[in-house]
Design a protein around this ligand. Structure first.
Ligand SMILES: CCCCCCCCCCC/C=C/C(=O)SCCNC(=O)CCNC(=O)[C@H](O)C(C)(C)COP(=O)(O)OP(=O)(O)OC[C@H]1O[C@@H](n2cnc3c(N)ncnc32)[C@H](O)[C@@H]1OP(=O)(O)O
Length: 391
């Protein structure tokens, strides 16, 4: 990207201070909370003037873009010429926010400024290299550091099974990550599991009758998977241990999948009277061929990490003893690559598939809605919940 000097950025956005005090921090909306008011926004604009340390070009561009989006709405000016490097960088940052609503941009601006504030500096002191927590959520932890937004399943006692709340938290985390200033977004799991898939108690905790619950579940699932199909930046899975169900099928929508040799990949849909989701009925045959996809999706064959790598579902496998160290070193290096270039390349790769993926997602969700009401499915769930069987 063009070298954008702080002096020039001040000219774009007079509300920005001369010098910033703090290192680069990330922007997130956090868990649903009170929306930032116009007054909060104006306070943040003033607060920016008190900051002293230069936070780097990416943050400055993000502040500029969010400010413009919050005040003028979506980018409505023509793209500067190819040699007008600074104005082109500004335009691209603003334009990249697409149709992000003004209120959301306002909130993101307020959050970004607050992450650059003196209290953020105080709370980050002595934590050099530590992740910055950016979303308040019990079972999904979202942190940002070194250009990487990390979304972690954090429910080890239940093997990171995904509750209704976690589906919603992940949708929100992806929405925020798509406009924050990180280059790469990474999913991983806390504890020994990556994720044991859908929490089967979702079937008993849903309110209303079964039909209404199935309808609601299908709507949620469709929105959840859509947020992966449409995610604009490189999406990486760091699979630290066994993965089950939807946490496996989603991998077909990731851009890279790195696995510990302790990881396994299991999609026991037939055992549960269910059918594939997350576009895996399309992505898996495409990735591994229909014969291997059939073994996984119909017969529930569990793959080791090395088998999954041989089938093309996993990018690379690492010995568990060195997995974390090696993978985070590598991802930090990847996150230093020019972010716009990576985003644009990903979008070129994804573009031709998007329409198809949305159609597949819609069909899989409507099939599942029927499956959830079937005797096969109800019996399988009851059996798990009464602990008569384990997969
Ligand atoms: C009509 C309503 C519609 C609902 C809408 C849903 C929304 C979208 C749905 C998307 C479709 C997704 C499909 C899938 O993901 S299918 C895969 C589902 N997952 C499973 O079937 C895994 C079930 N779990 C197991 O088989 C074992 O627990 C496992 C092999 C993972 C681990 O075994 P292990 O012996 O090592 O450990 P425990 O069994 O003792 O587990 C520890 C505790 O964790 C609880 N647990 C684990 N996984 C789940 C789960 N998926 N759901 C709920 N609970 C889970 C387990 O019960 C233990 O709890 P307790 O200590 O309290 O007994």
């Amino acid at each position: 990207m063009a070298a954008v000097t702080w002096r020039v950025v001040r000219r774009w956005c007079p509300s920005l201070p001369q010098v910033f005090r703090f290192p680069v921090a990330q922007v997130h909306l956090g868990r649903p909370k009170m929306r930032a008011s116009q007054q909060d926004f104006e306070n943040a604009v003033n607060q920016v003037k008190l900051l002293k340390k230069d936070p780097g070009n990416q943050v400055k561009l993000q502040l500029y873009a969010l400010y413009k989006q919050a005040t003028d709405g979506p980018c409505n000016v023509s793209k500067p010429g190819v040699f007008d490097l600074v104005n082109k960088a500004k335009w691209e940052a603003w334009n990249a926010l697409g149709s992000l609503p003004k209120e959301t941009a306002r909130q993101n601006y307020v959050d970004l400024v607050s992450s650059l504030s003196p209290s953020s500096e105080a709370s980050n002191q002595g934590k050099s290299g530590a992740d910055v927590k950016v979303q308040e959520s019990k079972d999904i932890v979202v942190t940002s550091e070194d250009g990487i937004t990390k979304i972690m399943f954090n429910r080890p006692p239940k093997k990171n099974a995904i509750t209704f709340q976690m589906y919603q938290d992940i949708i929100l985390a992806l929405k925020n990550a798509s406009t924050d200033n990180s280059a790469i977004t990474v999913f991983t799991g806390a504890g020994d599991y990556y994720c044991s898939g859908n929490d089967l108690t979702n079937f008993t905790s849903a309110s209303g009758g079964m039909e209404k619950a199935a309808e609601g579940g299908a709507v949620l699932l469709r929105e959840f998977v859509n947020s992966f199909i449409d995610f604009p930046k490189p999406l990486v899975a760091v699979v630290n241990g066994p993965a089950v169900g939807i946490s496996v099928t989603l991998l077909g929508l990731f851009d890279a999948v790195y696995a510990s040799d302790k990881a396994t990949f299991h999609t026991p849909f037939s055992h549960l009277g269910q059918s594939p989701e997350a576009c895996s009925s399309y992505t898996f045959p495409k990735i591994m061929g229909s014969a291997k996809a059939t073994e996984m999706l119909l017969f529930g064959k569990k793959l080791t990490a090395r088998e999954a790598c041989a089938q093309g579902l996993v990018t690379e496998v690492f010995p568990d003893s060195t997995f974390k160290k090696e993978i985070w070193t590598r991802l930090k290096a990847y996150a230093k690559l020019p972010p716009n270039s990576m985003r644009i390349s990903k979008q070129l790769i994804r573009k031709n598939e998007k329409e198809k993926l949305h159609a597949v997602n819609a069909e899989e969700c409507s099939t599942l809605k029927e499956r959830w009401l079937s005797e096969e499915c109800i019996n399988a769930i009851m059996s798990f919940l009464s602990r008569k069987s384990k997969l």
